[in-house]
Ligand binder design. Structure first.
Ligand code: SF4
Length: 353
């Protein structure tokens, strides 16, 4: 296979292309391991364009690991609001606290120790070690598996977790010892801009090393046999105002989906009853002036919410249900909320409060 036989030439082609063509991204202007760690966590499952303003705000608000370690959780979640996968933010804070407390605020420079930090999986560990410290370590995510499966014609199913090991071993064999940072980032950049699901092979800097291109099989790779099944869950949420115009919200439980974020009352529509009937049975508040404000789908990793958002008014002075509180409009703005609740809130505001 050319890529293995001509490993140095391949590394040179990849690295020089990366150095000439790389996108100017804020986390590429630093070798601070904490900043690189933050960027890698934010970039998981999220597009670069979305991440840039979040990253800049986050680094400005929490410029040091100590500042993040001491941050209030509600404020941290507010900074993360809209990025989704909120457990990433909480894990990042826990991991950073460990570094501050156990490692004297110095991110460990070896895979064994860095991998013990909360939220730091094999990919994040390799990305931080190679990019911040120049250590030749693998950083394999879905993009990198797509690129390598094509370059080397690897036909193992990438939806099977143990397949990742094959790609990690390939990287350890190929990685440039002098500049592992540009090597890893070059592969990531290639996957993000050229060797995309629909590859732009004619623009590819490493086309002459690509086995899939040679055989015209680039569209068949990577191999994915198992499709993730997403369970559809119909839900309804009710934005309810009392006679003072305040809004009823509760904080979600400490663990599980969207933990610790604030929401309007949400019910699952499990049977043929109307959402309002289920709401009355489960939450027990008499409401009036019910109107639907928005309907949309929100996709999580394993489930999809089919959401109907309503606004309503409290019928009369009622005791607040357990776990709920009323908030003014300004207070609602400052609470960290998950994206589906933000959508309902925005559509209410657009319709006039
Ligand atoms: Fe990907 Fe095409 Fe380049 Fe091969 S030649 S690495 S398939 S973009």
């Amino acid at each position: 296979m050319r890529i293995i036989e001509e490993k140095d030439k391949f590394c040179n082609a990849l690295i020089s292309w990366y150095n000439d063509e790389k996108r100017d991204l804020p986390w590429r202007q630093t070798s601070n391991p904490y900043y690189i760690w933050v960027s890698e966590v934010m970039l998981q499952q999220t597009r670069v364009d979305t991440v840039i303003p979040y990253y800049n705000r986050f680094i400005t608000r929490y410029p040091t690991m100590e500042s993040l370690a001491n941050a209030d959780e509600d404020e941290l979640l507010k900074m993360w609001e809209g990025l989704g996968y909120y457990s990433r933010a909480r894990n990042l804070q826990s991991g950073v606290r460990e570094v501050v407390e156990k490692y004297d605020s110095k991110v460990p420079e070896n895979r064994k120790e860095i991998s013990t930090l909360k939220g730091v999986g094999p990919y994040t560990a390799g990305a931080v070690l190679s990019i911040a410290f120049g250590i030749p370590e693998h950083a394999v995510d879905g993009n990198v598996m797509r690129v390598l499966s094509r370059l080397l014609l690897i036909e193992e199913d990438i939806t099977i977790p143990r397949t990742k090991r094959i790609f990690e071993e390939v990287i350890m064999e190929l990685i440039d010892q002098e500049d592992p940072s540009s090597f890893n980032q070059g592969l990531m950049e290639l996957g993000a801009t050229i060797c995309t699901p629909r590859p732009k092979c004619l623009l590819c800097p490493v086309r002459t090393f690509c086995s899939a291109f040679d055989e015209g099989r680039q569209d068949e790779l990577p191999v994915r046999t198992r499709k993730k099944k997403s369970k559809i869950v119909p839900v309804a949420s009710f934005a309810i105002q009392n006679k003072n115009g305040d809004w009823l919200l509760r904080k979600r439980p400490k663990t599980g989906l969207l933990a610790n974020l604030w929401e309007f009352p949400i019910i699952e529509v499990k049977d043929d009853r109307k959402p309002i009937e289920i709401f009355t049975a489960e939450i027990g508040l008499p409401i009036k002036s019910l109107s639907e404000v928005i309907a949309f789908k929100h996709i999580f990793t394993h489930i999809t919410w089919e959401m109907n958002g309503y606004r309503a008014r409290l019928n009369e002075e009622e005791p607040v249900p357990e776990g709920y509180q009323f908030f003014t409009k300004d207070e609602v703005e400052t609470l960290p909320k998950p994206v589906p609740i933000i959508k309902i809130w925005e559509s209410i505001k657009n319709g006039g409060i």
